[in-house]
Design a protein around this ligand. Structure first.
Ligand code: ATP
Ligand code: MG
Length: 938
C-alpha cells in the first residue's frame, strides 16, 4: 500500500470494485425500516433486500452493492454495552455489502472478497483467516464447498480455514425460511493488539481477546428451513455480505481503533478544542470521547432520517443517546451544549455520501442543542436522586435497583434507563431492566398510550371554547378569557388552569408528554406582524405540601379559540398538575434578540424610504431571533451603493441612541399623523404605535417632509399632535415588542438583497449577537484567506489582484507554449504532406487546440506552401480547412471540403471552419480528405 486511502475513498473503492464486476450501486435505505414494524432500526444490509430473499419482491438487478446505515442499539442486536468501551463496536455504523440474487455464488463471492482485500487494498495475505460452517449439532452438511474455494485463492494459507458451528457460522432470517452457512473473514492484528495479554487465554479467531478482528461476513443463502426443522435446497441461491466499514478503514489506515480513523478526526478535533486536552490526554481517558463521537454521529443520522428526540420507541432511542452523550461530555468537563458542534463535523465528513445530512442540517443542530438544554435542567437533580437510591441500596446490602424506581427517575427527571444503569454500574451495582420495562408499559397505558383522542390542529377551537366556558363558570377566568400582556410581563405567576395532551383535557402530565398549558395570564408573545412566538419555561417549585418540582419547556404559542391562549410544549421534568401554582418565564435572551431585530426592522423601513423613496413600503416581514427579513415594494434590484447607504443610515440611527416609545392611540389619529400602516392589514379602533424620536436631528427637513411625518399641515389639522410635537424618525402601527433605545441593537448588517416577487425586493439582515457572529466569522475567513495567499488582511485585495495578474500571465504563456508545441508538431507533420495529383495535402489532428491556433497553423502551412496546397486540421470535433488561392480557382471551396468529409461548416472559399458531428468519426473523416481531394480536384 503506498498512499493511505481516506474513509470516503475506501467506501468508494468498495463500490467501484463491485460495480466493475457487474453490480448495481444502490443507496442505503433509511435507518427506519419501511414496512417492517417488528424491527426498530435497520440493523444490517440485508433488511432492504429481505423481500427479495423471501421471493415476494423482485429487483431490476441481480447483483447489487451498497453501504447501508445500521443501528444496533435495541432488540436482538444491541451493542450499546460495548460502545465506547471497545474500539470496534458502534451504535450507528455502515455496513458495506455485495449482493447476488439468484446470480453468482460462493466461487465468485469468495474470489472477489480475496481480490479486493489483498490485490486492491493490499492487506497481507498471511494475516487473513476464513471461517466456514461445520454443524456442531451434526444435522446440516458442512460447507466444504466454501472451504475448498478458500484454499484455491492465490496466496491464501490453507491452514487458515477454520470451522465453526451454528452460533458463529449459520445464518437464518427467522425460525423458518431462507437460511444458509456463512463464511467470515478475520484479520490477525498482531500480538500487541491482544487486550488480555498476560492472562490465561489463547488468542484465536472468535476468541476472547481483541487480537483477531472480524471484518466481513459472507452469507450464502441456500436452504429453506421448515417448521419441523428439515431443510430443502432453495431453487435460487443468494449471496448476502456485510463488512464493517469503520473496521476496514481502521485496518487500512493502520490504526488501532475505529475512532482513530479519519472518519472521526473532525469530531474528536472539535471535542479537543472544547476540552483543551492534548491527544495524549484524550487517549489516556478515551471512553468518554468515544461515546460522545459515536452517539453524536448516530443522533445526527437518526435525526436526518426523521427520528427526533421523544418519549417512546425510536424517538426514545434518539433522546437516550443524546442524553448519554451529554452525560459522558460532563466527564470531560463539557457543560454548555456541545453536540451541535460535533454534528457539524459529522455532516462535513459524511455529507457528500449521505446528502440527507446536509439537507437536515438545521434540524440536526437544533434538535441536539434543544435536547441538551432540556437535559441540563434536570440531570443534576436526577442523578442526585439516583445516588441517594444507590446509597440506600448499598446500605441494605442489595445490588440491583428496582426497575420501577428507575422508571420514576425517568418519568420525573427524564433520566433514561441506560444512564441510570451506567451510573449504577459505576458503583458496581445494577438496575432491573425488566422492572423498568413493566413500569413503562403500565404508565403508557395509564396515560392513554399516545392514542390521539379527538381533535387537534386548528379544528379544536370548539373543544377549547368548552374548556374556557367551564373555567369561566368556576370563576377561574373573566369574560375576556386569558389575559395577554407580552409588553411588560416576561415573568408571571399563575395557577395551571388546564392541561391538554393527546387532544384530551387531563389532570396531570409527566415527563416527555407534549402538552398545551392554559394559565390565567401570559407574557409570551404570539406570532403576529412577522414577529415569531416567544419560547421559554413554565415551572413549579417544590411546594410546601411536598409536591415535587416540575418544568415544561414552551416551544410555541397558540390562540386556540377566542379568549384561549395556550402555551405549547413538552414536560421536561416532574409531573405538572392542574391547580399547581406555576411561574411562566419567557426565554429573555431570545426575546432580546427578537426585539433588536424588530426595532431594527423599523429603522430599516425608514432608511429605505430615505434612500429609495416613499414607494418602498413594507410588503411582508419576518422578525426572528437570528435574523430579520423585510420585503418591500421596489421595481428593481438595489445597487451595492444603495445597500451600503441603507446599512450606514440604520447604523447611524443605532448609534444615535434614539428613544423608542409605544403608545395606544385612536386609529384615525395615528393614521392622520402619518404613522405607517400596512396596506390591506385590518386594525381595531385602538391601535398601538411605535415612535422612534429623532433626538439627534438625523433627518433633514426635506426628509421629514418626504417621509410624511409631522407635516405642518397635519399639525394644524390635528392639534393634538402639535402638543406632542417631537421630530419622529419612524412612526409605525405595530403590535410587536421593541427595545427602549435604538443603541441596544448593537450593530446592523445586511446579509442579502434579492427578489421576493415581481416588484417586491427582500432584504435579510442580522443585528446584535447575530451581527457579531457574522462579523467574527467573516474576519476568520479573511484571516484564513490571507494566510493561504501569504498576505496580511489589509494587503489581501492587492495580493489577490497580483495573483490574478500572475494567473493571466501564466495563461498567456501556456497558450503560447501550446502554440509553439502545435507548430513543432506541424513542422514534423510537413513530412507527411501527401502529393495528390500535383497538390500538397495535409490532413492532421492537433489535440487540445482552439480555433485560433488551428487558424494560425493553417496560415503557417500556406506560408510554407503558397501554391497548390490544401490543409484540413482538426482538434477534437473542431475542424478547419484552408486552400491556396490557385486551388480555389480550380473550382474547389474550403467549406465543401468540410461537408465532403461529413462535417458542417462555412467561411470564405479559401478558409472555412466547422465541426464534425461525433468525436468517434474524426479519425475516419480525416482519412477521407485525400480521397475527396482525389475525386473532386480537376
Ligand atoms: P461482532 O461479533 O464483531 O459483533 P457480528 O457478528 O455481530 O460482529 P455481523 O452481524 O456479521 O457482525 O455484521 C457484519 C459486519 O458488520 C461484521 O463483520 C462487523 O465488521 C460489522 N459490525 C457488526 N456490528 C458492528 C458494530 N456494532 N459496529 C461496527 N461494526 C459492526
Ligand atoms: Mg455483534
Amino acid at each position: 500500500m503506498t498512499k493511505k486511502l481516506s474513509g470516503n475513498e475506501i467506501r468508494q473503492t468498495f463500490i467501484d470494485f463491485f460495480v466493475e464486476h457487474g453490480h448495481t450501486a444502490v443507496p442505503s435505505m433509511s435507518l427506519v425500516p419501511g414496512g417492517d414494524a417488528t424491527l426498530l432500526f435497520t440493523n444490517s444490509g440485508m433488511v432492504q433486500f429481505k423481500d427479495v430473499f423471501l421471493g415476494t419482491d423482485k429487483r431490476p438487478y441481480k447483483r447489487a452493492v451498497d453501504s447501508q446505515k445500521c443501528m444496533r442499539v435495541a432488540g436482538k442486536h444491541n451493542d450499546l454495552d460495548d460502545v465506547g468501551r471497545d474500539d470496534t463496536h458502534h451504535t450507528f455504523f455502515e455496513m458495506l455489502g455485495n449482493w447476488s440474487f439468484g446470480d453468482y455464488y460462493k466461487k465468485e463471492a469468495i474470489a472477489w472478497s480475496w481480490q479486493l482485500l489483498t490485490d486492491v487494498w493490499g492487506l497481507p495475505k498471511a494475516k487473513l483467516y476464513a471461517t466456514c460452517f461445520e454443524d456442531d449439532q451434526g444435522h446440516i452438511p458442512s460447507d466444504d464447498e466454501a472451504a475448498d474455494i478458500w484454499k484455491e485463492q492465490p496466496g491464501f494459507d490453507p491452514s487458515h480455514v477454520l470451522f465453526f458451528g451454528r452460533k458463529e457460522n449459520f445464518w437464518q432470517m427467522a425460525e423458518t425460511g431462507p437460511c444458509g452457512p456463512c463464511s467470515e473473514i478475520h484479520i490477525d492484528l498482531g500480538e500487541e493488539r491482544d487486550n488480555l495479554r498476560g492472562t490465561d487465554h489463547i488468542c484465536g479467531v472468535n476468541g476472547q481477546c481483541t487480537r483477531y478482528l472480524e471484518l466481513w461476513n459472507n452469507v450464502f443463502i441456500q436452504y429453506n428451513l421448515f417448521d419441523d426443522g428439515h431443510l430443502e435446497p432453495l431453487p435460487q441461491k443468494h449471496v448476502d455480505t456485510g463488512m464493517g466499514f469503520e473496521r476496514i478503514v481502521s485496518v487500512l489506515q493502520g490504526v488501532d481503533s475505529n475512532y482513530k480513523t479519519d472518519l472521526f478526526t473532525g469530531s474528536l478535533d472539535v471535542l479537543r478544542s472544547l476540552t483543551g486536552h492534548s491527544q495524549e490526554q484524550m487517549y489516556a481517558d478515551f471512553t468518554p470521547y468515544r461515546v460522545v463521537c459515536d452517539h453524536a454521529r448516530a443522533a445526527a443520522f437518526l435525526i436526518a432520517d426523521g427520528v427526533v428526540p421523544g418519549n417512546a420507541g425510536r424517538n426514545y432511542i434518539t433522546r437516550m443517546i443524546i442524553r448519554r452523550a451529554a452525560r459522558f461530555g460532563t466527564k470531560i468537563g463539557l457543560r454548555e451544549p456541545f453536540l451541535a458542534k460535533v454534528a457539524e463535523a459529522v455532516i462535513e465528513e459524511y455529507g457528500s455520501f449521505y446528502p440527507e445530512l446536509v439537507k437536515s442540517r438545521g434540524a440536526i443542530l437544533d434538535n441536539l442543542t434543544r435536547e441538551e438544554i432540556r437535559f441540563a435542567r434536570t440531570i443534576e437533580s436526577g442523578t442526585a436522586q439516583l445516588e441517594n437510591l444507590l446509597s440506600e441500596l448499598r446500605a441494605s446490602n442489595q445490588t440491583t435497583l428496582n426497575g420501577r424506581r428507575a422508571f420514576d427517575l425517568y418519568a420525573t427527571y427524564g433520566l433514561p434507563f441506560e444512564i441510570s444503569r451506567d451510573i449504577a454500574r459505576e458503583h458496581g451495582l445494577d438496575v432491573d431492566e425488566e422492572g423498568f420495562k413493566a413500569a413503562r408499559e403500565e404508565h403508557s397505558l395509564a396515560s392513554g398510550g399516545g392514542k390521539a383522542m379527538g381533535k387537534t390542529g386548528g379544528e379544536d377551537a370548539e373543544f377549547f371554547a368548552g374548556i374556557l366556558k367551564d373555567l369561566q363558570k368556576h370563576k377561574k377566568l373573566g369574560e375576556h378569557g386569558v389575559e395577554y400582556d407580552p409588553y411588560t410581563s416576561p415573568r408571571l405567576e399563575g395557577e395551571v388552569l388546564a392541561l391538554v395532551t393527546n387532544g384530551q383535557s387531563v389532570e396531570s402530565v409527566s415527563f416527555g408528554d407534549q402538552v398545551q398549558v392554559m394559565l390565567p395570564k401570559t407574557g409570551f408573545y404570539i406570532e403576529s406582524g412577522g414577529q415569531v412566538d416567544d419560547t421559554g419555561y413554565i415551572r413549579a417549585e417544590r411546594s410546601a405540601s411536598g409536591d415535587e418540582a416540575w418544568e415544561i419547556e414552551v416551544t410555541s404559542m397558540r390562540r386556540a379559540s377566542a379568549g384561549v391562549i395556550v402555551h405549547v410544549g413538552e414536560v421536561i421534568s416532574g409531573q405538572p398538575k392542574v391547580g399547581d401554582l406555576a411561574v411562566a418565564e419567557v426565554d429573555i435572551r431570545r426575546r432580546h434578540d427578537i426585539m433588536r431585530n424588530h426595532t431594527a426592522t423599523h429603522l430599516l423601513h425608514a432608511a429605505l424610504h430615505q434612500v429609495l423613496g416613499e414607494h418602498a413600503r413594507q410588503a411582508g416581514s419576518l422578525v426572528a431571533p437570528d435574523r430579520l427579513r423585510f420585503d418591500f415594494n421596489h421595481p428593481e434590484a438595489m445597487t451595492p451603493e444603495q445597500i451600503e447607504r441603507v446599512e450606514q443610515i440604520v447604523n447611524d440611527a443605532v448609534a444615535a441612541d434614539m428613544e423608542v416609545t409605544p403608545k395606544l392611540k385612536a386609529r384615525e389619529d395615528a393614521i392622520a399623523e402619518g404613522a405607517m400602516a400596512l396596506f390591506g392589514e385590518k386594525y381595531g379602533e385602538t391601535v398601538r404605535t411605535i415612535t422612534i424620536i429623532d433626538s439627534e436631528g438625523l433627518l433633514s427637513p426635506a426628509q421629514k417632509q418626504a417621509s410624511g411625518l409631522q407635516t405642518l399641515a397635519e399639525a394644524v389639522v390635528h392639534p393634538a399632535s402639535v402638543a406632542e410635537h417631537q421630530p419622529k424618525y419612524s412612526y409605525e402601527l405595530c403590535g410587536g415588542t421593541h427595545l427602549e433605545r435604538t443603541s441596544d441593537i448593537g450593530a446592523f448588517i445586511i446579509v442579502s438583497e434579492g427578489s421576493a416577487a415581481a416588484g417586491v425586493r427582500r432584504i435579510e439582515a442580522v443585528t446584535g449577537r447575530g451581527a457579531y457572529d457574522l462579523i467574527a466569522h467573516r474576519f476568520k475567513l479573511l484571516k484564513r484567506t490571507a494566510a493561504i495567499v501569504k498576505s496580511s488582511v489589509e494587503e489581501l485585495p492587492f495580493k489577490v489582484e497580483s495573483l490574478q495578474d500572475e494567473v493571466a500571465d501564466l495563461k498567456k504563456e501556456l497558450a503560447s507554449l501550446r502554440t509553439q508545441q502545435a507548430m513543432k508538431m506541424m513542422e514534423s507533420q510537413f513530412s507527411s504532406v501527401q502529393k495528390v495529383k500535383d497538390v500538397n495535402v495535409l490532413a492532421m489532428q492537433v489535440p487540445n487546440s482552439d480555433m485560433d491556433t488551428l487558424r494560425m497553423l493553417a496560415d503557417k502551412f500556406r506560408e510554407k506552401y503558397p501554391n497548390n496546397a490544401i490543409a484540413v486540421l482538426a482538434s477534437g470535433t473542431a475542424v478547419i480547412s484552408a486552400l491556396t488561392n490557385d486551388i480555389v480557382s480550380r473550382g474547389m471551396k474550403a467549406g465543401d471540403l468540410i461537408t465532403a468529409i461529413g462535417g458542417r461548416g462555412g467561411g470564405r472559399p479559401n478558409m472555412a471552419q466547422g465541426s464534425l458531428p461525433d468525436p468517434a468519426m474524426v479519425n475516419d473523416a480525416m482519412s477521407e480528405v485525400v480521397k475527396v481531394v482525389e475525386e473532386k480536384l480537376i
